[in-house]
Design a protein around this ligand. Structure first.
Ligand SMILES: [Zn+2]
Length: 74
């Protein structure tokens, strides 16, 4: 075990996290505003996806769980 191994592993973890973050953002960017919150269904001004950051975060959590459980099952 060398310092190089540690640095390499840390870099790999960082790179994976960046990829996951980019994929999450890309998925959210494919959502189209439809006049209501994607999480709770509350009416929204056109152009918004969620009524607040709580709804956005909850939606993301559910979405992540869904993906983890196998998106192919839907
Ligand atoms: Zn909402």
């Amino acid at each position: 075990m060398s310092l190089d191994d540690d640095a390499e592993r840390a870099e790999q973890i960082f790179r994976d996290a960046a990829l996951v973050e980019r994929a999450r953002n890309a998925e959210r960017n494919t959502l189209k505003p439809y006049g209501a919150c994607y999480f709770c269904g509350e009416s929204l001004r056109l152009g918004l996806l969620f009524c607040n950051t709580d709804c956005r975060d909850d939606w993301q959590r559910e979405h992540d769980a869904h993906v983890r459980n196998g998106a192919s099952s839907c």
